[in-house]
Design a protein around this ligand. Structure first.
Ligand code: MG
Length: 393
């Protein structure tokens, strides 16, 4: 009996990245054959697409690894269940790939953008971002989306031939569009829109899940909100006799599945007129991928609840205050004595000024590194600091 697999007629066509993409991707997707390339020219890789190569460069960067030690919303002292910036990033990539594959978009590009999207976050989440932005007031400010571009273009030093990671221009432009959401220089690619939507699905759902686990919210309170109530109803119709913990986790899964299904349905409707078109550039400019009006309204209410009850919770605010006082003190001390910066950042100070170099140094730190640096390298400022007992870790 012949056990050899049958020869597939498209085998030869699948032998190159571009041919494989032309078989799999919709015409409106960002095909790598249409990429504008990289700032520093490089030969194409024999079997990885340009965007798969971008993804690999991001994963192998120091800034990406450090996401494991950076706060998403809750710092380590509150427990060990909740998301870090890295696990949030992995969840965004997972959700975005599901949506992108279903809409036949470029999954390699989506994965690269998702893994890149929070690389510019400083330690201590938005608390750290706010303090650096205040320190750089009148000097360009600080924003994690813009910082990611500095990481990709300047601060990563892994390759001899060029500064940064020399990512494809589509990745850099998509990140720039995140940084300038009000007036993007380029309309966001569909792949970038999918990552934005997946980020929003991930954080609204998982921040609530984390807050419930940490006892900052009660399940009964969440179930009073229409979106959680509706999701719980769907779960209960499928399974009965669930414990509170089982119900909570099932509701979280249901909420993600519901929102992803909604994005896929609305995306399919909006992209339907373009399925048969030959070129994708017009579609990339004209279609907006977003939740349906009903889901968007319910989600906005949930985001408001999270803001009021979780992001402003006294436990979160107390950590925020300690983190901010440490970062501010380090910023001021290093600005007064830039010679205390590591050599790499003294070099950046010569190029971009001391304020920006100090902010680059501080933004690259993990939460733990920042606390230790503050306590051990700046004892004169840390003496009366309430986090010195280690409570912030
Ligand atoms: Mg995010």
């Amino acid at each position: 009996m012949n056990t050899q697999p049958a020869e597939r007629p498209d085998r030869l066509a699948c032998e190159t990245v571009h041919a494989r993409e032309s078989l799999i991707l919709a015409p409106y997707a960002m095909h790598s054959a249409r990429s504008a390339g990289r700032r520093y020219r490089e030969p194409e890789h024999p079997y990885r697409s340009p965007f798969a190569r971008d993804r690999d460069r991001i994963v192998h960067s120091a800034a990406f690894r450090r996401l494991s030690g950076k706060t998403q919303v809750f710092t380590g002292n509150l427990g060990d269940y909740h998301r870090t910036r890295l696990t949030h990033t992995m969840e965004v990539a997972s959700i975005a790939r599901t949506i992108g594959r279903t809409l036949r978009l470029n999954e390699d590009l989506i994965e690269a953008l998702a893994l890149a999207h929070d690389v510019g976050h400083p330690p201590f989440g938005h608390a750290g971002e706010d303090i650096l932005d205040g320190c750089l007031h009148g000097k360009g400010g600080f924003n994690h989306n813009r910082q990611a571009l500095r990481v990709f273009e300047l601060l990563e030093t892994r390759y001899a031939a060029f500064p940064g990671l020399n990512l494809s221009l589509e990745v850099l432009q998509s990140q720039a569009a995140r940084a300038h959401k009000e007036a993007p220089r380029h309309p966001p690619l569909l792949e970038a829109q999918v990552v934005d939507a997946a980020d929003s699905v991930a954080y609204t759902t998982h921040d609530a899940d984390d807050a419930l686990e940490l006892g900052l919210l009660e399940l009964e309170e969440m179930l009073q909100w229409p979106m959680w109530n509706e999701a719980a109803g769907r779960v209960r119709r499928r399974c009965s006799g669930l414990t509170r913990a089982q119900l909570r986790r099932a509701v979280v899964h249901q909420l993600i599945d519901w929102q992803v299904g909604d994005l896929v349905d609305t995306g399919r409707q909006r992209l339907a007129p373009y399925v048969e078109t030959a070129a994708g550039s017009q579609t990339q400019q004209n279609v907006r991928l977003a939740p349906s009006t009903d889901v968007a309204e319910q989600k906005a209410a949930l985001e408001n609840l999270l803001y009021q009850r979780v992001y402003r919770h006294p436990s979160v605010l107390a950590v925020r205050q300690r983190a901010q006082s440490a970062l501010r003190a380090m910023y001021q001390a290093l600005l007064a004595e830039p010679d205390r910066l590591p050599a790499k950042f003294r070099g950046r100070a010569a190029e971009d000024g001391s304020a920006r170099a100090v902010s680059d140094y501080l933004a690259g730190m993990t939460d733990r590194f920042a606390v230790r640096a503050f306590v051990h390298r700046f004892p004169e400022h840390a003496r009366d600091w309430p986090g010195e007992t280690g409570v912030i870790e």
